[in-house]
Design a protein around this ligand. Structure first.
Ligand SMILES: Nc1ncnc2c1ncn2[C@@H]1O[C@H](COP(=O)(O)OP(=O)(O)OP(=O)(O)O)[C@@H](O)[C@H]1O
Ligand SMILES: [Mg+2]
Length: 254
């Protein structure tokens, strides 16, 4: 059974059809990329999967369960977490504290009790702290745990965002342009981290404009253009696809 299955998905904004009859599945264990020109509907697709936007119509099944139209926190609890195209880290908090915020939504005591430092949450707080520190180590920024998150380099901030998403222990991780704004070295580094995350059994759905990164690490690719799926295949086949080549050359001429 596919981990995620999207059928006839539509999302309209007034007169604009941002997603149009989108169909695809994500098999467990893979890295699948969603590519396409600016405005193709990639972020809208993520917003609909994660529940921050309801679809206009269509279905989304996660582990066989229909999730479309559910609230973001319900979907997160089922095992889907995400990062954002524009980095969203809290300033005035360390890298570790930012990751702990991601973890608290799973905790029994909850964020409010944690903030109030109720004694019965101390043990849980220690466990959360240790777990989040381990995630930072896995993403190779453990030594930066105590540094204010927004003072880190963009590459390091992307790693903190990924750690925060992983703090939910998701089965499916949605990454929206994790290499945006990064130089070629940082991009290669983020690519390596994504493969490392995937090698631990987490399925990844990746939106990305950096084609060398996409071709390097993805097992399958879906191509969107004006909200429609125009191709879906393995990277080598996508690179040869005439329609895909045409939309990318068309974009380059603009
Ligand atoms: N909340 C919204 N309200 C109205 N229109 C929206 C909204 N969100 C997205 N759109 C429109 O839907 C279309 C798809 O946008 P989306 O952000 O999904 O594209 P994208 O593929 O992520 O593009 P990019 O590569 O630039 O991030 C665009 O025309 C955009 O202007
Ligand atoms: Mg986008």
């Amino acid at each position: 059974m596919a981990l995620l299955e999207i059928k006839e998905l539509n999302r309209r904004f007034g007169g604009l059809q941002a997603l149009s009859e989108v169909d695809f599945a994500v098999e467990p264990g893979i890295i699948k990329a969603v590519i396409g020109p600016n405005g193709a509907g990639k972020t809208t697709l993520f917003n609909v999967i994660a529940g921050s936007l309801p679809p206009t119509s269509g279905s989304i099944h996660f582990q066989g369960e229909q999730i479309s139209g559910r609230r973001p926190f319900q979907i997160a609890r089922l095992g889907i977490s995400r990062t954002y195209q524009n980095i969203k880290l809290y300033s005035g908090m360390t890298a570790l504290e930012n990751v702990m915020i991601g973890r608290h939504i799973r905790g029994r005591a909850g964020f409010i009790a944690g903030m109030l430092h109720l004694p019965w949450t101390w043990q849980e707080e220690r466990e959360i702290r240790a777990y989040c520190q381990e995630l930072l180590e896995m993403l190779e920024i453990g030594h930066l745990a105590g540094v204010e998150a927004t003072s880190l380099s963009f590459g390091q901030q992307r790693a903190v965002e990924m750690a925060r998403a992983l703090a939910l222990e998701p089965q499916l991780l949605l990454l929206d342009e994790p290499a945006a704004g990064l130089n070629i070295y940082e991009t290669a580094e983020v690519g390596r981290l994504i493969s490392k995350i995937n090698s631990q059994g987490i399925t990844v759905l990746l939106v990305e404009h950096d084609m060398s990164l996409v071709m390097d690490i993805s097992h399958e690719i879906v191509v969107l253009s004006f909200g429609r799926k125009i191709a879906e295949d393995v990277p080598a086949a996508i690179q040869q696809d005439q329609e895909v080549i045409k939309i990318y050359l068309g974009e380059a001429e603009d």
